[in-house]
Ligand binder design. Sequence first.
Ligand code: SAM
Length: 289
Amino acid sequence: MKKKEKPSHTALKVGLNIIALSHIEEMKNVLPDGIVSATSDLLKSSKAVNTKRIEKHHSPNIVKLYKIFDWMLPGQFEVFGYRKAFFEERVLDAIEHGASQVLVLGCGYDTLCYRLASKYPQVKFFEIDHPNTAISKLEGLVKLGKSNNHFVIPEDLSKKTLSEVLGANDSWNKTEKTIITAEGLLQYLPPSSVQNLFEQCSKITGDKSRIAFTYVGKGSDGRPYAGPRTGLMLWLLKISGEPWLWAANLNELKELLFSSGWQYSEKLTGENIKRGIEYFACAIKNKED
Ligand SMILES: C[S@@+](CC[C@H](N)C(=O)[O-])C[C@H]1O[C@@H](n2cnc3c(N)ncnc32)[C@H](O)[C@@H]1O
C-alpha cells in the first residue's frame, strides 16, 4: 500500500459510513451497541477528519448521498454494518470459548477493542495499523480514556513481521488462545504477504486460536471482483493510493489457509458468508473438535 502521511482514506470512509448507517432503520438492529457514538467520538478525538464532516454524517440527509454512489457498488453501503456485526459476534463467541487475547489487524478507526476492553478486563485487546493511521487513533483513544488492557501498535506490516511486532510487546503471549480479525484488509496486500500473514498469525498464537476476516472474490478474468463496474472501481482504488492486490475463490482460500496452519471453518463462519462483493470467513488453528 502507498505510504503517505495522511490517515488511511478507506479507514476513514468505513468510520464515516458507520455513522451514516445509523439513519437506516434496518441497520439499527444490525449495528453493534454503542458503535455509532464511539466511532463519532473517536474520529473527533483523533482529529482524523474535520468535525464539520463528521456532523454532516449525523444528519439523515447524508444517506441520499451514499445512495447516489450505490450504483458503483450496489449494496456496499450497508455491508459495512453487517461486517461490524460479523466481527463483533465472532470476537464475543471466541471470548466465550476461552480466548484471552484479541488482535485486530489493519484496525483503522474501528472501535471494537475500545468498546469491549473495559467490559472484558480479563482479556487483552491489541490493534495494529500503519503509523499514519494508528498514531492519530492512539492519541484519540488516550483522550477518550483507553483501558489498560487495550494496546494500539503503530506498525507497517509490510516492513515488519507480526512475530517481530508482537515479540516486542511484553503483554503479548504467543501460547494464549487468541482471536485475530482482519476486516477489509487482505485485499490491500500482495498475495505473498497474505500467505505470510496467515503463517505469522499461526506462529504467534496458541492452540485452537481463531481468525476471522473478509476477502474479495475473483472475477472470470482473475482480477478482484469489485462489482458490475470492476474496471472503474479498481482504477479509482489505485489512483486513491490503496489498490486491491489480492482476491481468491473459496477453494484457493481453503488451500492457502491449510498451508499456513489454519483450517477454514464453515461452522464458525456461519451462513451469511457474502454481503455485497465481500466474503466473510473464519478459520481455526489446528483441527476443529
Ligand atoms: C479498509 S481499511 C479497514 C479499516 C478497519 N479494519 C475497518 O474495517 O474499519 C484498511 C486498513 O488497513 C490498514 N493497512 C493496510 N496496509 C497496511 C500495512 N501494511 N500495515 C498496517 N496496516 C495496513 C490501513 O491503514 C487501513 O486502516
